[in-house]
Ligand binder design. Sequence first.
Ligand SMILES: NC(=O)c1ccc[n+]([C@@H]2O[C@H](COP(=O)([O-])OP(=O)(O)OC[C@H]3O[C@@H](n4cnc5c(N)ncnc54)[C@H](O)[C@@H]3O)[C@@H](O)[C@H]2O)c1
Length: 320
Amino acid sequence: MEKKKNSEQNRKVVVVGAGGVGATFCYALAQSGLADEIVLTDRNEDLVEGQVLDLVHGQPFFPTVKIRSGSPADYADAQLVVITAGAAQKPGETRLQLLKKNAEITGSIAEDVAKNDCKGVILVVSNPVDVLTHVAIKRSGWPKSRVIGSGTVLDSARFRYFLARHCNVDVHNVHAYILGEHGDSEFAAWSMTNVAGIKIDEYCPVCGKCSDWKFSKAEIEKQVRESAYHIINFKGSTQYAVGLSLVKITGAILRGQNSVLTVSTLLNGEYGINDVCLSLPCIVSDKGVERIVVSPLSESELILLKKSSDILKKAKESIE
Ligand SMILES: NC(=O)c1ccc[n+]([C@@H]2O[C@H](COP(=O)([O-])OP(=O)(O)OC[C@H]3O[C@@H](n4cnc5c(N)ncnc54)[C@H](O)[C@@H]3O)[C@@H](O)[C@H]2O)c1
């Protein structure tokens, strides 16, 4: 029988973890029209049933999409398995403290996905996402391109939001990336930041709005880094913006879009870094990470990247 072309395949996404992030992602994904089928699973069966019922009652308002609860057998023909299972970050708790609790959960799910002979992509969301992406690569035994983490896609969105608000321009005209760890050592790649196609440092004199641009840059970067902590202090967890960033990654995978996204990926010598997962701009398609876009970072950015990778390497080694 002739193999179905990607465009003719059932676009099936399995979401593991029906908590705040998993359910919000399903809700946003259903509205996007990107998936034909969304399957939700969780070790808490009541929670899954409740979330699925709540979602399917929205069917008249969604583009056509099948939504149901499922089991590990559903991994077999999924194009994408999104892992949001695990413990959520508590107020005051760092992402790295969550590591041990979540490594076993993510690892065993990745193993199950591989055992079920899934041919798709694994997207790890649970925190600390970079280390758990590494765990999922090892435990699945898959090539690194097909196991990716949501990384700093969310942080880059926050960065664009704060820049757009500061500069008073449409966020869609701001291109900017947060690189490194999805966590405390992440950093803004100012050398790659532009507004209206103009490098940010050249755009600023044109705009002339700031009295002290250097101070503004530091403030914006701090706001991005502390965003999750602020939201968690206010309401316990984050869900909406992360749900939307997952829809963006899902679109790149289901449609084979070759989108440039700062997902977490395993480095193999890029910038002299080996065997660590962290976020760099990557070309993302139905095959996962097609390519890392290795751009000429500034000297200070290279130092920050190395610092981030050292922190992640230590965290990874602490569970080996
Ligand atoms: N990468 C990011 O940008 C980002 C952003 C926000 C949250 N997160 C992370 O996403 C994860 C989920 O957050 P949340 O707010 O949805 O938490 P949550 O507690 O609301 O949901 C987690 C769900 O995982 C389920 N679960 C636990 N172990 C499981 C297993 N072995 N199999 C199946 N399901 C299992 C739980 O029953 C629970 O329903 C956390 O690790 C959080 O830190 C990541």
